[in-house]
Ligand binder design. Sequence first.
Ligand code: PRX
Length: 649
Amino acid sequence: MSEKESHIESRLEEGKIYPPPKEFKKNANIDDPGIYEYAEKNYEKFWEEFAERLDWYEKWDEVLEWNPPYAKWFLNGKINASYNCVDRHVENGKGDKTAIIWEGEPTDETKEYTFTELKDEVCKFANALKELGVEKGDIVTFYLPMIPELAIGLLACSRIGAPHSVVFGGFSPTALHERLEDSQSKVLVTADGYYRRGKELKMWENALEALENATSVDKVIAVDRLGRDDITLDEERDVYYHEITENQATECEPEKMDSEDMLFLMYTSGTTGKPKGVVHTTGGYLTGTSATHKWVFDIKDDDIYWCTADIGWITGHSYIVYGPLANGTTTIMYEGSPDYPDKDRFWEIVEKYDVTVLYTAPTAIRLFMKWGRKYPDKHDMSTLRLLGSVGEPINPKAWEWYHEVIGGGNCPIVDTWWQTETGMILITPLPGITDLKPGSATKPFPGLKADIYDAEGNSLPPNQGGYLVIKRPWPSMLRTLYEDPERYEDTYWSEYSSDIYFAGDGARVDEDGYFWVVGRIDDVLNVAGHRLSTMEMESALVDHPAVAEAAVVGRPDEVKGHVPVAYVILEGEREGSEELVQELRSHVGKIIGPIGKPAAVRFSSDLPKTRSGKIMRRILKKLEAGEDYGDTSTLRNPNIVEQLKKMVE
Ligand code: PRX
């Protein structure tokens, strides 16, 4: 252990608290702790003041209507998200400011868009969508890598009132097909491919496969990212992005949208095999994301802000596109992998663009730790002044490393807890106010009410583990699940009562009111910060002819947090083999996408089950974690647990 590392270790033991550095506090946007009390007492006014920072065509006549579990925010207000993210900055004299810095994976490819240039591109794409027949209310699906056309596309859609549904580019054709069908999208925007670790990856073929038997898509827009010449477009259906946008006007009147009109759909994994279409609306979402972006990241006009997420996930929607751009912030998009051409790519980007605020995920931080500090140490990262973390609990050791090695010991870290459903950050430090405890997302954002309940709905005293709940609506909360209000009510609002949001996370609050989130308590796995449903993986496995039954659980992993492990009972007399392991892994990869591939497949003659036949995944989880699995006497087949334990060992 190096001297520095042992220093980190010893501080960990002390449970050190990090108050905001003096210099930071002095310049912080928010430095008065009284804001918590103010927001508590003036809850609606507090949010209304944030809404007033946006530009509305017509003001709302009521801030909030709460008919649990259905909320409406800024009722009858009229607004356009694209106008707020782009045009108004041009009109306010910031047209020449850089809006988006895009860095391709090949080191010689970068593009920068000023707000004026972004406005022109957004309008051109919006006009192209109109030409293809897209109307207000039509859903447009995006299946794209991290290229500028994705951010431009979201803004083009919001400009004309067409909700977008972005499907992560790493998902499989099957996953894309399912999401296209569920949303009945008319248009798919995709690309020929993209770069990953220096290789050209094909995307067009995946899109074509997803389109087989698709019932709603009648237009496909292809971005020519790789300049491939082996692609044939269907003359009726397909057009190239550059061709359809080329001659469009750079003006396109934004639609006056109702505050509660759908801005986008985002599919996320739930506890059943079918993904949930989380619906976000316009006024509240933009208010919540711009407010939290400004306060949590302490955003100033000259910040160069980089969130390393993919726009295919909610983090990219809220904190690469809508939040930062609504605030007129320069936001960075990076196409590729952190280890191309070498393991210092992130730090090279930080140095190259003088990044001031960096927002990334614990899984990435743990990977960087593993690679060692020689990579960040090669670069001058003294411009960094604030760091963020999101996606899963950050272990104190990774926190300390991030603080010391990346932040040079003087950047506060905002550990932000939130979800696809919450749309915006809900539990987080305010960096000019909050004393940080490594590993804790600290406190609810002002005005929010969070708590920890036991199974009966009693609020738990400090340091007792229970279920995380939110007890008050917030502007960017999900409004429903697409075409499935029943599932919306069941999943989030029925555990306790219809006004208590059940987050699906286990957590505790300490004696200082700090929240410590442990992780999912349902059948959702958090793999490298990506949410995956074990049910989806199980149904992918039983879809294979050799598999009779399957159970998937998470195994703790040093870098990824958790990785999926599959327990499989084979059909009839079939025997497990290494070949079959690989076949099953790629089968799941094909149905879900590479991120869904189980890290290990364990063949067994049986699985631990209750007398009524329910698989006890809890026991499998304990086995994988090497923990005591408790009493098995109530199982139908207690002996199997010992056998499985040996196999795991
Ligand atoms: O379990 C929590 C974990 O990620 C889940 C939400 O995943 P998703 O909808 O994909 O959104 C991820 C990005 C917002 C939560 O239920 N999670 C997210 N952030 C944190 C976290 N767990 C602990 N600490 C966090 N900061």
